[in-house]
Design a protein around this ligand. Structure first.
Ligand SMILES: CC(C)(COP(=O)(O)OP(=O)(O)OC[C@H]1O[C@@H](n2cnc3c(N)ncnc32)[C@H](O)[C@@H]1OP(=O)(O)O)[C@@H](O)C(=O)NCCC(=O)NCCS
Length: 195
């Protein structure tokens, strides 16, 4: 898979590989309660390592061939995996969706915002994206704040459109998008070949 590496002030961001999976599993289990509340994929059957491995083989690898990226951000100083993000293809050409979830030990320090700004700049400058979309579920204050800090534009709220894996309750889905990264001209990020 890709050798591209995106570098920000504190992070190296790159496509996940099979070697990342044991660490991803550990981080996923530690943050499972929050993931079940807020992530569209975190159903009960997604908790075991076997589900992660199957997802890697059945989706991450083939989707990469179609132009998607599933990204891990590693801390430059500690080497720890701190945040997961990505660019998912959609049914519209050059329109991607993004999202994030993090390592509990590193939350509240601006890493989701740092990764998302880097992904936006990369997507618009290198992938020639036309639009990036992102959603959050009602009550996810941290994600709402990241979306605001990255200057996504509110599009619509889909009432009661997602059933929580944590409680079974139906939640409003708030949808946002952005069509350029011009506002991030002062945000320091670079990208290149890993080798
Ligand atoms: C959402 C998530 C990735 C945010 O990661 P993070 O690295 O902590 O995010 P950042 O530090 O960049 O920004 C978080 C912001 O939310 C704010 N925030 C977090 N919890 C908050 C709360 N309970 N009330 C008010 N603000 C809150 C933080 O103060 C910060 O804003 P600030 O910089 O203005 O102070 C992380 O909480 C997570 O992994 N959650 C579980 C998965 C998830 O919800 N993913 C998103 C699905 S849409």
């Amino acid at each position: 898979m890709t050798d591209i590496i995106i570098e920000t002030e504190r992070l190296y961001i790159r496509q996940i590989t099979r070697e990342d999976l044991p660490d991803i599993q550990k981080i996923k289990e530690e943050n499972w309660g929050e993931l079940q509340k807020w992530m569209s994929w975190a159903s009960n059957d997604q908790k075991p390592f076997s589900a992660l491995l199957k997802n890697f083989e059945d989706q991450v690898v083939p989707d990469f061939e179609k132009g998607a990226l599933r990204l891990v951000a590693q801390h430059k100083k500690t080497d720890d995996r701190v945040m997961f993000s990505g660019l998912d293809i959609t049914d519209q050409t050059d329109v991607y969706s993004t999202g994030y979830w993090g390592n509990l030990a590193y939350l509240g320090k601006g890493y989701a915002t740092e990764v998302t700004k880097a992904v936006l700049k990369y997507a618009f400058n290198v992938r020639n994206a036309k639009k990036i979309t992102i959603d959050y579920y009602e009550g996810n204050i941290a994600s709402k704040r990241v979306i605001e800090k990255c200057d996504f534009v509110f599009v619509e709220t889909k009432p009661k459109a997602h059933q929580s894996f944590a409680t079974g309750e139906y939640m409003d889905v708030h949808c946002y998008s952005i069509d350029n990264a011009n506002h991030l001209h002062d945000f320091n990020v670079k990208w290149g070949d890993k080798n």
